[in-house]
Design a protein around this ligand. Structure first.
Ligand code: URA
Length: 433
């Protein structure tokens, strides 16, 4: 390794001169080995943030980060899904068993909740006995036996991203499209999966608040996938309202179970079917209608539910606990519409923060999560309510926190006396060639 190369790398990115593949490999090697100190990496990240990276540089950076753990391993699963995160996003709990029931093995690494967005691992851990820590051998065996495993991300997966992300977090360089795209896709490439669907959330509860930036991010991630011979489909989906009704942990598992049994909110079912169809289409090359029909049949026939029950048991969960609703916090406070009218807008992030303050999430990594608290918010943009109708139910541990949450819910919903159009859920679809 050339020990004087970092100043040159920083200068080139600062002056918008493209780095070669070899320079990018040396950059990433030094991230992992510790050869480059934080101050040089921070300077480079700021240069990349301000000046951008070319597509080719981003492809190379992603590949080098994906390889930073060593030579590629045998893939754990055939398909994968990634969501850029939002409020009430319990999609994986339904989608993973659904695609497994379609014969598409899935080994998904998930994360924990932080701030106003929840995490799949916390939701799963609200099922008594469920464990998210499996060895690679156990993941492989479970995927071979039942076609599905959802586990905590291994700390050794793409270690370069781990160090760079921590530096980005404290140097105001998170919000850069090439850096976000390479960070997300390096972990997806490292897991070896050939087919993936990306759910890029757009709106006031998401990382990407405008359609333009979300599209730019999605296009870049699809191109990274193409460069590395992966089949990537991205759906841009709305996060201008929570997904489904439930926000929390156990309450979201209950909603996912309802969806697997053929009920639950329509938007959740629609999104899960769209994502499953994208994977079915990607793997089998079927036309969109056939792929959607296969996904719908697997959900409505109970095939996906059967896989869900086997999956929960395989990871130590008590299957009986999901046959009926998981218990929620004892105080159930209803919030009623104080007028008749149509829901015009929802401050989605605020609703995520209501759940966070109830105890359903974490302010900081390491905080304890209360699985039983949360809320169901039945307000959806364009839905009509009569005065006094139930808009939300809050599940809290104390009267005081229930009251505070009720005020938060009221403040998050704007009303119109005229009817409001129901906005689309899927805003765009971007697929590789
Ligand atoms: N999620 C990631 O994994 N990386 C980013 O940079 C942003 C979101």
């Amino acid at each position: 390794m050339d020990h004087d190369i970092m100043p040159t790398i920083i200068q080139k990115t600062r002056d918008r001169q493209a780095l070669s593949a070899s320079e990018i490999r040396q950059l990433v090697d030094g991230v992992v080995s510790g050869a480059w100190p934080d101050y040089q990496l921070s300077a480079w990240l700021m240069a990349a943030y301000c000046r951008g990276l070319t597509d080719t540089e981003t492809f190379e950076l992603t590949g080098a980060m994906a390889d930073s753990v060593g030579p590629p391993q045998e893939p754990l699963g055939l398909v994968d899904k990634h969501s850029t995160g939002g409020v009430g996003d319990k999609t994986t709990l339904v989608l993973a068993p659904l695609v497994a029931s379609l014969g598409l093995p899935i080994a998904k690494m998930s994360g924990r909740g932080l701030g106003h967005t929840g995490g799949t691992l916390d939701k799963l851990e609200s099922i008594p006995g469920f464990t998210v820590d499996l060895s690679p051998e156990a993941i492989r065996a479970q995927v071979r036996d039942i076609g599905i495993a959802v586990v905590a991300q291994s700390s050794t997966l793409a270690p370069a991203d781990k160090r760079l992300y921590a530096l980005r977090d404290v140097t105001a360089t998170v919000d850069s499209i090439p850096l976000i795209a390479s960070s997300i896709m390096s972990k997806k490439l490292a897991s070896g999966t050939r087919h993936m669907v990306l759910d890029v959330k757009v709106g006031n509860g998401a990382f990407m608040t405008t359609l333009e930036r979300a599209r730019e991010l999605a296009q870049l991630m699809v191109k990274i996938g193409e460069f590395h011979q992966r089949h990537v489909t991205a759906l841009l989906t709305t996060m201008n309202e929570p997904l489904g009704w439930a926000i929390g942990n156990a309450v979201e598992v209950n909603e996912a179970v309802a969806c697997l049994k053929g009920g639950g909110p329509e938007d959740l079912r629609t999104l899960v079917l769209a994502l499953a169809a994208a994977l079915e289409q990607s793997v089998h090359g079927t036309d969109p209608d056939t792929a959607y029909g296969a996904a719908r049949d697997a959900l409505t026939s109970g095939k996906a539910w059967d896989v869900f029950v086997r999956w929960i048991a395989a990871q130590g969960g008590q299957p009986a606990s999901v046959e009926h609703d998981l218990p929620l916090a004892p105080i159930a406070r209803e919030v009623h519409a104080d007028r008749q009218g149509w829901v015009a807008a929802i401050q989605t992030q605020s609703l995520g923060e209501v759940a966070l303050e109830l105890g359903a999430g974490r302010h900081e990594l390491g905080d304890r999560v209360d699985f039983g608290v949360g809320l169901q918010c039945f307000a959806k943009i364009g839905r009509h309510f009569d005065q006094g109708e139930t808009v939300a139910i809050i599940y809290a541990r104390s009267e005081g926190s229930a009251e505070e949450a009720a005020q938060g819910v009221r403040a998050a919903i704007s009303w119109s006396p005229q009817s409001v159009a129901v906005p689309p859920l899927v805003l765009d679809r971007i697929a590789g060639a």
